[in-house]
Design a protein around this ligand. Structure first.
Ligand SMILES: [Zn+2]
Ligand SMILES: [Zn+2]
Length: 225
């Protein structure tokens, strides 16, 4: 198992411009520079989740998505990337691709209980990876404690297919901080995945600053690194 970003890079976080963080892209980028991050990916939720926010909370993000095409970082040297956290929709390969109908070049693939309504997410993951592997940067929070809420997934099969297509899996720092991680699955993934990212999945500046540190401490205490 190789961890790809033990340094100061974080590839999973959300903004208030495009989904459900408390801070704007500009606030995130400024703060990322203050805490010495060198590269960040802002990975807001897809239209499937955004529709859900609109329907259930009358909440909608504030910024037109096409603005990112001409955006430049005027604050610091942090490299800023915009991907999308795709939503697995069903047990076939179907996923929600877009934010405001715009499709990104690269994505992270996740399942969220608010839009995935099936009992077992395993086949959905496998088929989506087989179909979209050339776009997927990593699998988001595959050890999320899904069964606590609504469904299950087989981490062994997901790791196997991810390894086959050279796709890293994510050790999600937010979930480990909040005890939303299935530790058995995490152990299996850390021992068997070829490549791992440790990302904050930050929804607040505090998450961005602290959660990866907690995940790295967990890895050290449990002799993974
Ligand atoms: Zn997610
Ligand atoms: Zn996320």
């Amino acid at each position: 198992m190789k961890i790809l970003n033990l340094d100061n890079r974080d590839y999973h976080m959300h903004s208030s411009d495009f989904s459900d963080w408390m801070s704007t892209v500009d606030e995130i980028v400024r703060f990322a520079g203050e805490i010495w991050l060198t590269e960040i990916a802002i990975t807001d939720h897809s239209d499937a989740t955004l529709e859900k926010f609109k329907r259930e909370y009358d909440y909608r993000p504030s910024t037109m998505r096409f603005a990112i095409k001409t955006r430049q970082n005027v604050f610091n040297d942090v490299k800023v990337i915009f991907w999308v956290e795709w939503d697995l929709l069903d047990e076939e390969w179907n996923v929600s691709f877009t934010i405001q109908w715009l499709e990104p070049d690269f994505i992270i693939l996740s399942a969220h209980r608010c839009v995935f309504k099936w009992k077992d997410a395993t086949q959905g993951y496998i088929k989506a990876i087989e179909k979209h592997h050339d776009k997927i940067k990593f699998i988001g929070h595959p050890c999320f404690l899904l069964e606590k809420f609504w469904t299950t997934s087989d981490i062994k099969q997901i790791v196997e297919v991810a390894n086959k297509y050279n796709i890293p899996l994510e050790f999600n720092a937010k979930n480990i901080v909040k005890w939303d991680t299935n530790l058995e699955k995490l152990d299996y993934m850390l021992k068997n995945a070829n490549e791992i990212y440790i990302n904050s999945d930050a929804h607040t500046l505090y998450d961005l600053k602290e959660s990866r540190k907690f995940a790295i401490k967990y890895l050290k205490e449990n002799n993974y690194i």
